[in-house]
Write a protein that binds this ligand. Structure first.
Ligand code: COA
Length: 283
């Protein structure tokens, strides 16, 4: 029972009110402990008797004589308790289902929102520190991803954010740049990255764009293009591209991307950016 249920039960008895009058008085915001002042028709006969006074105010305020449905204080308390219990059971069931899914490694993908800002930024700092050396840089990137027009999707295991992907209009109406993509270290190689890319493809198609472009930097000598001068013929060098240290370009190849170019020295001498693209809608 709510705190004032008991007070209304006492008031009902003391002032000989019907359930309807109690409900009307409640809806009018009256205080059950202060009805005595209003219920002194015997001493102050010019005042209306309390039930009539309540009816008078009710009509004035709500434009009708009585509530459409009268529910006693006790029945209302029972209904409230039942609704509360149902809510509790549903919440427990949801929590249990989420825990079971997380235990089974099932992840879900949904839009990244403002409330995911902190873990999303943390993933950038942890996984791509050369791009986002500080928490402040990473936060700025997440905020930019949350801006209108961007695509931002995130994977969750239970309630935990385990990866996210962004999409930026690079050539509006045609090409979306994948930027960024991160999957938490302990969740890598379980299909999360591939699922995020597939989800991005769906979003890009829905916009009517045909192509996803990604630039995958080689800052750590992970490919055969690192540490050398790609000039005078970068494309000849690119034709011999090989993975020498677990560079993510092979992940993108697995996702159906093809290598379309290279930006020599993108991050300093010998640190190229390898460009890959995937057509996701017929042109
Ligand atoms: C690259 C990254 C997003 C891949 O995510 P992931 O969840 O581990 O990838 P998946 O499990 O979906 O892998 C899909 C396929 O790619 C392969 N793969 C994934 N990473 C790979 C790598 N670095 N080298 C070679 N193959 C790779 C997987 O083995 C899998 O192959 P399979 O289908 O034959 O089994 C993740 O490793 C990551 O966040 N890395 C750090 C940040 C980063 O480099 N981001 C990309 C910047 S461009």
């Amino acid at each position: 029972m709510k705190n004032d249920d008991a007070a209304w039960i006492v008031a009902r008895q003391r002032h000989r009110l019907s359930d309807a009058h109690v409900q009307m008085a409640r809806e009018l915001g009256m205080n059950p402990k202060r009805l005595g002042k209003k219920d002194n028709h015997d001493q102050e006969p010019w005042k209306l008797p309390l039930p009539e006074f309540v009816e008078h105010l009710y009509l004035k305020r709500f434009g009708r004589e009585r509530p459409e449905a009268v529910v006693s204080v006790e029945a209302r308390a029972r209904l409230r308790a039942r609704a509360k219990e149902a809510k509790r059971v549903a919440k427990a069931a949801r929590r249990e289902a989420a825990a079971a899914e997380a235990g089974a490694g099932v992840f879900r993908i949904r839009d990244l929102t403002r409330s995911d800002e902190r873990p999303a930024a943390q993933l950038l700092v942890d996984l791509l520190p050369e791009g986002w050396p500080s928490a402040a840089d990473a936060k700025r990137e997440v905020r930019a991803a949350l801006e209108r027009g961007r695509i931002r999707r995130a994977a969750f295991l239970g309630k935990e954010l385990i990866g996210w992907i962004g999409g930026v209009d690079a050539y509006p109406g045609h090409v979306v740049e994948l930027h960024p993509l991160v999957v938490r270290s302990d969740q890598q190689r379980r299909g999360v990255g591939r699922a995020l890319v597939a989800d991005l493809e769906t979003q890009v198609r829905a916009r009517g764009a045909t192509t996803i472009l990604v630039g995958s930097d080689d800052d750590h000598g992970q490919t055969s293009l690192a540490g050398i001068d790609l000039y005078p013929d970068p494309l000849a060098r690119l034709a011999t591209l090989e993975d020498v240290g677990g560079h993510p370009f092979r992940f993108y190849l697995k996702c159906g991307f093809v290598v379309v170019g290279v930006v020599p020295d993108a991050n300093g001498f010998g640190k190229p950016d390898i460009l890959l693209a995937k057509r996701v809608l017929p042109v």
